[in-house]
Every structure is written in C-alpha cells, then in structure tokens.
Write a protein that binds this ligand. Structure first.
Ligand code: THU
Length: 131
C-alpha cells in the first residue's frame, strides 16, 4: 500500500468524525503489520473531556480485532492547514504497541510529512519501566 492510499483511508474516515463542538474533524488510518487497514475518527461529547481522538479510536478498534502491531498511521483533518500530528495522549497510546511505526501527518491540501513515532515521543514511558 502506498502512503497516498493510506492517506485516502484517513480522509474517508474524517468524513465520519463526530465533532460538533470543535468542528475539527479528524480521520486516522492504521496499516497493521498483517497489511490490513483500521480507521478511526474523533468522537466528541457534550461532556467535553470525554472526547476520543481519531488515532485512539483506531487503536481501540485494531486491538479489539486482535491487531497489536502497526506499520504506519496517517492522520488527517480537512480543518488543518498545518500538518496534523497526533496529540500527546495519542502518541503515548500508539507507542504502547508500535514505537517504530511511521506517522504520516497530513495537511488539508493533502501534503504530508512523516516521522517515526519514537521521534515524536522521545523518552516515552513504556512497559520496560515496570520490568
Ligand atoms: N483530535 C484528534 O482526533 N486527534 C489529535 O491528535 C488531535 C485532536 C481531535 C480531538 C477533538 O475532537 C478535536 O480534534 C479538537 O481537539
């Protein structure tokens, strides 16, 4: 799968975003290690702190389906003129499963930049801290 194809999944997922409060609709698409794609969108709530980001919605779907290893994730918002990158909580949640995953941060015009998750999350808190 090309980067562009994965980004197109994220763009499509943003169409399902439930974001009546922020009006910032986000879509995420994870390419899992088995080659399948799992998408997510942000899901907001009248209790504002209960909002779920698109990336975490996608991770929850993937893990619920038994997929815990991710190759790439694309993050997109039509409302983001700048490259849309995962928030800190989403970086932490993604790092739990795949610190080496590639993160494609996409602008509203479709251009993107890519990073390794580890670059976006230096000194991450991880399971090794328990061991
Ligand atoms: N949002 C995401 O879905 N992903 C991010 O990484 C950043 C923020 C959502 C949460 C909220 O619904 C809206 O964007 C504005 O913060």
């Amino acid at each position: 799968m090309t980067d562009r194809e994965l980004i197109n999944f994220a763009i499509e997922a943003a169409g399902n975003a439930y974001a009546p409060y922020s009006k910032f609709r986000v879509g995420a698409a994870i390419e899992c290690s088995d080659g399948t794609v799992v998408t997510g969108c942000n899901v907001e709530n009248a209790s504002l702190g209960a909002a779920i980001c698109a990336e975490r919605a996608a991770v929850a779907k993937a893990v619920s389906e038994g997929k815990r290893s991710f190759r790439r994730i694309a993050v997109y918002s039509r409302e983001s003129a700048d490259y849309c990158s995962p928030c800190g909580i989403c970086r932490q949640v993604l790092s739990e499963f795949s610190p080496e995953a590639e993160v494609l941060c996409v602008r509203s015009d479709g251009r993107y930049v890519s990073y390794r998750l580890r670059e976006l999350m230096p000194l991450m808190f991880s399971r090794e801290h328990f061991e």
